[in-house]
Design a protein around this ligand. Structure first.
Ligand SMILES: *Cc1c(COP(=O)(O)O)cnc(C)c1O
Length: 378
């Protein structure tokens, strides 16, 4: 089956005795045993649940994994993936990272004895130089959030293999519709399913996709021990979202390209961060490893006043955190996603009071451009 079909029919095991077309929401914490020492498919929902299993099978097929586990948020998924490491281990990570992941690594995992080096993972020589005796993994986000930097997943994976390291890729921004990290050599994919997979800004969700049986067994063990699984109803919502993932992504991709071009022609916009421009450093890499550019654009506007005016005056775009849904959103990373960073760190990256991040939705693109034009130029 091709990707678009897999989004609807990847898991043909869903048939139940009623013949429901959609996987039924199996709202049960526990399951009746068929007898002592008789195998039952389900026992307790922290371990597994039919609605969740169906969603996990779908996402697994889309990413091409060995097994996938669904969690109550992207952060739960990332936290569970960090359970693979212990005190004294060292992890190399993209320096431009989702703010929540940075907070987890710097303030929680770090206190538990895991050491991180945050570097520009698009610089392969630097990456290789940063590997130490206790390095265990490379954690990358590509394109990165919010600076849209591109890391070559295959080259990173080749180096990781040479040194026996695990590669973890956060594939939230492009989704498996555009980018399949496991096929490029990564070992684990994590997702905030809250974003494009769910696609409607109505449900938090996260996934850990494992390439091998060995990794899958470890993640399953942590999952059943820790908890934090996605609830049956939320599984149903994410499953429903995934059915339209390809057509949403196509529209979002087209809209984002047109909006980014328009923004580039705007005098008051000093810089447009968007991975689909040919002059970008990562352009050749993203063309090679992905089939689309996604819907994320960051901009630096001429003044703090203008940034605030845009947030106040947009009517279709909503000033809200999050991304990847059908509705277009704008956020102020300095105040929201990256508010926990030290000021110097944030400013050094260019995330200042003039910096905004835009998530393009599926609205009519002329309406989106008119909305931005009104907020920027009127
Ligand atoms: C939102 C996001 C996360 C965290 O996911 P939640 O579902 O909000 O917990 C992780 N990585 C990226 C790239 C994100 O955009």
């Amino acid at each position: 089956m091709k990707f678009e079909t897999l989004c609807l029919h990847a898991d043909l095991n869903k048939k139940d005795e009623w013949g429901t077309l959609n996987q039924a929401i199996c709202q049960s914490a526990t399951f009746v045993h068929k007898g002592v020492d008789v195998d039952s498919p389900y026992s307790y929902s922290r371990l597994s649940n039919p609605t969740r299993a169906h969603l996990e099978n779908t996402v697994n097929a889309l990413e091409g994994g060995y097994a996938t586990y669904a969690f109550s948020s992207g952060m739960t998924a990332i936290t569970v993936s960090m359970m693979l490491f212990k005190r004294g281990d060292h992890i190399i990570s993209t320096y431009d990272l989702y703010g929540g992941a940075l907070r987890l690594f710097n303030n929680v995992c770090n206190s538990n004895g895991i050491e991180y080096s945050f570097i520009d993972t698009s610089d392969i020589d630097l990456l290789e130089k940063t590997i130490k005796n206790n390095t265990k993994a490379i954690y990358i986000e590509t394109p990165s959030n919010p600076l849209m930097e591109v890391t070559d997943i295959k080259r990173v994976s080749d180096i990781a293999k040479k040194h026996g390291l695990i590669v973890i890729v956060d594939n939230t921004f492009l989704t498996p519709y555009y980018q399949k990290p496991l096929s490029l050599g990564a070992d684990i994919v994590v997702h905030s399913g809250t974003k494009y997979l769910g696609g409607h800004n109505d449900t938090l969700a996260g996934f850990v996709v494992c390439k091998t049986k060995e990794l899958a067994e470890k993640i399953l063990y942590f999952s059943k021990t820790i908890g934090g699984q996605l609830s049956p109803f939320d599984c149903f919502l994410i499953e429903r979202g995934i059915k339209t993932l390809p057509i949403r992504m196509d529209r979002i991709n087209d809209n984002a390209y047109k909006v980014a071009l328009w923004l580039r022609g705007c005098n008051k916009i000093k810089k447009v961060y968007y991975v689909g421009f040919k002059y970008n450093k990562g352009y050749e890499i993203i063309k090679k490893q992905a089939t689309g550019f996604g819907g994320m654009i960051s901009i630096e506007v001429e003044s703090e006043e203008l940034a605030k005016k845009i947030l106040k005056d947009v009517k279709i775009f909503q000033y809200a955190e999050s991304l990847g849904g059908v509705d277009s959103l704008i956020t102020y990373p300095m105040k929201q996603t990256h508010a926990d960073l030290k000021k110097e760190e944030r400013e050094a990256k260019g995330i200042n009071e003039r910096f905004l991040r835009i998530s393009i939705g599926i609205e009519n693109v002329e309406d989106l451009i008119n909305d931005l034009n009104g907020a920027i130029n009127d």
